[in-house]
Design a protein around this ligand. Structure first.
Ligand code: FA5
Ligand code: MG
Length: 427
């Protein structure tokens, strides 16, 4: 794990995050744009599409605990180690995750709270939260998004497994009469095995229980209400997956408006997680849903930036508890600008500017006026070994037309920050 801000110096030696001062160090890579999102809590605003979706899913699991106010500030132990991520997992790197300093970070997924939630004695729960990942910029990626974790654990004993089987029969009967076609896969395979400490039959019953609960949720969200019929049923497909903290593991895709869309990851909880939570004699399942992905489909919201809009023309369209089709108010013209530059030469092995560093810089200058960023050219000079890069930044406001002068001014600021922070030479 290498420090990520070789080219940058923190402006001050502390940073205030949600009211607390933290020391900065070579890991610090949280940006002002990110800091501004932390208090917003979109998933707790009742009329916001993300708030409505949260309450809809919660009402599908009425007997579960519903948690939604945990701080996004966690330790790398919570986010990674408690979930058995290996020490060299790429997700830990400063190019992929936001760190306040080397000991404190912003959660990258709601799974960061599994151990503490099981440790509190919760056996069936949903937990909704904002999560943070350094990523590219386009219409479906935003550095902050929302996930809902769901989990249910059972006694690892024959009587409890009989209850799981009964639950499975009840859920199967309900799904049989519905307008849904499920492309299933075997619960266990050599590549997606049950865990060594599990009775494979128990593992299989729990995996089936997970699948049935999720199929039933998807039917409620995307089924009848979204227009599925016996002739044109909702299509759902299960895919083998891998997560360091579940086995077997799966992902689910839903076929919607002509495309397969990944909406969740899930699996049978790794026994290590339950051991760390002090509930070693249980076994169970967990899932993590992407709320924006689901809301974009259900509400026909075309761009992920819209969730963050405070424009009345966006917010006034929604009523608490009801899914409605978003009516775009206008699409304003885009304007793209290229920037080409040489990176300073670095000793071998030293970290270079990562694409995510560039995207964070642009976000900080342009905010939500940036629609997407693409690398259009990248090469290394054969003699000097210096790297040359060209990025194309596409600017577009969702609320108004941008003037040429305004875009030029933003682009000038991007260029000047690039020079200051990364020592680049504009070509
Ligand atoms: C996870 O984050 C796991 N924690 C999920 C999980 C939970 C697995 C419990 C097993 C047990 P993943 O990175 O695939 O997995 O993200 C889960 C979902 O979040 C995705 O399916 C997608 O719907 C959503 N998601 C992921 N990245 C983004 C993004 N950049 N923008 C919007 N939604 C995203
Ligand atoms: Mg995934």
């Amino acid at each position: 794990l290498r420090p990520g801000r070789l080219y940058t110096t923190p402006a001050s030696s502390t940073v205030k995050v949600l009211g607390t001062d933290y020391l900065t160090d070579s890991y610090t890579n949280i940006t002002p744009t990110i800091l501004s999102k932390l208090p917003l809590q979109l998933h707790r605003q009742p009329a916001h599409p993300l708030g409505t979706l949260r309450t809809l899913i919660e009402s599908h699991f009425p007997s579960f605990s519903h948690l939604s106010s945990l701080s996004p500030i966690v330790t790398p132990y919570q986010n990674f180690d408690s979930l058995s991520f290996p020490a060299d997992h790429p997700g830990r790197s400063v190019t992929d995750s936001y760190y306040i300093n080397k000991d404190v970070m912003l959660r990258t997924h709601t799974s960061a709270h599994e151990v503490e939630t099981f440790a509190k004695g919760e056996t069936k729960w949903l937990l909704t939260a904002d999560v943070y990942r350094r990523d590219e910029i386009d219409g479906s990626h935003y550095p902050v998004f929302h996930q809902m974790e769901g989990a249910k654990i059972f006694e690892a004993a024959p009587y409890a497994m009989r209850e799981v089987e009964e639950d499975n029969e009840r859920l199967s009967a309900h799904l049989k009469q519905s307008n849904i076609v499920i492309e299933d896969i075997p619960h266990l395979t050599p590549a997606n095995p049950s865990q060594p400490s599990h009775n494979p039959q128990h593992s299989e019953a729990v995996a089936l229980n997970l699948k049935l609960h999720l199929n039933s949720l998807l039917l409620e969200l995307f089924g009848d209400a979204a227009g599925a019929t016996k002739e044109d049923p909702l299509k759902v497909r299960w895919i083998e997956a891998y997560f360091p903290f579940t086995s077997p593991s799966y992902e689910v895709e839903v076929f919607f408006r002509g495309k397969w869309l990944e909406i969740l990851g899930c699996g049978v909880v790794l026994q290590g997680t339950l051991d760390r939570a002090n509930v070693p004699n249980k076994l169970g399942w967990a899932f993590g849903l992407g709320l924006e992905r689901i809301a974009m489909i259900l509400y026909s919201i075309p761009d992920i930036r819209l969730f963050w809009s405070s424009d009345k023309r966006f917010l006034s369209q929604f009523t608490p508890g009801r899914i409605s089709t978003f009516k775009p108010y206008s699409k304003y013209p885009p304007c793209h600008k290229d920037v080409s530059f040489w990176l300073p030469s670095r000793p071998d092995g030293e970290a270079k500017m990562h694409d995510n560093d560039f995207c964070d810089l642009v976000r900080d200058v342009a905010g939500d006026l940036v629609e997407d960023v693409k690398v259009i050219d990248r090469f290394t000079h054969p003699k000097t070994k210096r790297d040359s890069l060209c990025y194309r930044i596409n600017y577009r406001s969702m609320d108004r037309s941008l003037s040429n002068a305004e875009v030029n001014d933003i682009q000038d600021q991007v260029v000047s920050h690039l020079k200051d922070r990364f020592g680049v030479e504009i070509r």
